[in-house]
Design a protein around this ligand. Structure first.
Ligand SMILES: *Cc1c(COP(=O)(O)O)cnc(C)c1O
Ligand SMILES: [Zn+2]
Length: 380
């Protein structure tokens, strides 16, 4: 039976206790046995829910889904070397956060929770708001004042209550935490169910490569929802004997907000306090990643590393990927900048998977500003 389990004191909770954090303050994980009946899976609809036995929802009727997932994994050439890119910018709300939102909002439905609160720099708020709309669940989203207007419009369109916090991303998290005292925190960093959605990234990559692991995956890391989900997903596949190895996990941070990069490079026990600066990669600018230590552990265990990229490199990656016909948001381009760094030291026979995390149409104002700066003249 599925239970929640505290990372610190190992206390266990049943699902109907509706907790998202341990009484001791510790982070919760799920104790849930996944299985992968491969023959059955291959006959099902091409959505992330085809890995049904690995997703912690009891009854199908509680699943809140737009038939999302199973996004195309395509071969793209970077610096003359082939890389596989998972097109997760093609999700219903325009980012991979839908993976986590679909599972999290389904468990909210299943356990009869009457309403949720979430905080986000934008995309997670969009995803939780959309799935709550589909499930008829009241939803309140806190965002920092700097969030792109397009994302604010998207959250509002889904009918969520939007709270703009006049302060930093960290102030926004604290405001949501205060609100969550009285309701349920559908947090993409605290809530373990979110990660049991993002883990489907690993299942899909594995299946799309012919049921094997790539040698390495290169993913963004702010709060680590995709990174930890992928690590968890490959771990479950390994445990079930579907794959024989897990890939090296390479996380990419913006150099202007890189607490995990520093902790990794300097082998620190704790995630350091950093001086956060503004960056084009707003979606990974997380100064205080709640699961920071868990992220570092996952990267070390997989023999991976963390890279930091400058805004200059992000702009270059955005420009060059656009010229290959892909429109992604600046945060997504940070990952590609990391991929470029990584490829410089590789010979080309490694199977590498990376990801487009968010659609360019979400960040029209930012894209416009970047192009104007480059050409020195207004676009219109
Ligand atoms: C959320 C997000 C990220 C970073 O994910 P984390 O969970 O914070 O590591 C990267 N790119 C986009 C487009 C995002 O929305
Ligand atoms: Zn505890």
């Amino acid at each position: 039976m599925t239970q929640l389990i505290c990372q610190e004191c190992r206390k266990r909770y049943a699902l109907n206790e509706r907790v998202w954090k341990c009484l001791c303050g510790g982070l919760l994980d799920l104790d849930f046995p996944s299985t992968f009946p491969v023959k059955k899976i291959q006959k099902r609809k091409r959505t992330m829910w085809r890995y049904r036995e690995a997703l912690p929802i009891l009854e199908d009727r509680h699943i809140i889904s737009f038939d999302e997932g199973f996004t195309p994994l395509i071969r793209v050439n970077f610096q003359g070397k082939p890389v596989f890119i998972k097109q997760d910018h093609l999700f219903p709300t325009g980012s991979f956060k839908d993976r986590g939102a679909s599972v999290l909002v389904s468990i909210v439905k299943e356990t009869g929770i009457p309403g949720v609160v979430e905080d986000s720099s934008g995309n997670a708020g969009c995803a939780i708001a959309a799935y709550c709309a589909k499930g008829g669940i009241p939803c309140e989203v806190f965002v920092p004042e700097s969030t792109s207007p397009g994302k604010l419009a998207q959250i509002r369109s889904y009918g969520a209550k939007l709270n703009r916090v006049f302060g930093s991303r960290e102030d926004t998290g604290r405001a949501a935490l205060r609100e969550a005292e009285n309701t349920y925190y559908a947090s993409h960093s605290w809530n373990p169910f979110f990660f049991h959605g993002t883990k489907t990234f690993a299942f899909e990559v594995c299946e799309q490569l012919g049921w094997r692991s790539p040698h390495s995956i290169i993913v963004p890391v702010g709060n680590g929802t995709l990174l930890l989900g992928a690590y968890m997903g490959f771990g479950e596949l390994l445990k079930a004997g579907v794959v024989q190895t897990i890939p090296k996990i390479i996380g990419v941070q913006s150099a202007r907000c890189a607490p995990l990069h520093r902790a990794f490079i300097e082998k620190l026990e704790e995630i350091p306090k950093i001086d956060k600066q503004e960056t084009l990669a707003e979606g990974i600018a997380i100064a205080e990643p709640i699961r920071g230590k868990q992220i570092i552990r996952a990267i070390r265990k997989s023999h991976g590393e963390i890279l930091a990229v400058e805004d200059r490199e992000i702009k270059d990656s955005l420009e060059s990927i656009g010229k290959q016909g892909f429109y992604i948001e600046p945060t997504s381009a940070a990952t590609l900048a990391g991929l470029s760094q990584y490829l410089k030291e590789r010979n080309g026979d490694e199977i590498i998977v990376s990801v487009f995390t968010g659609h360019g149409l979400k960040a029209t104002e930012k894209m416009t500003a970047i192009l104007q700066e480059k050409t020195g003249s207004p676009l219109s």
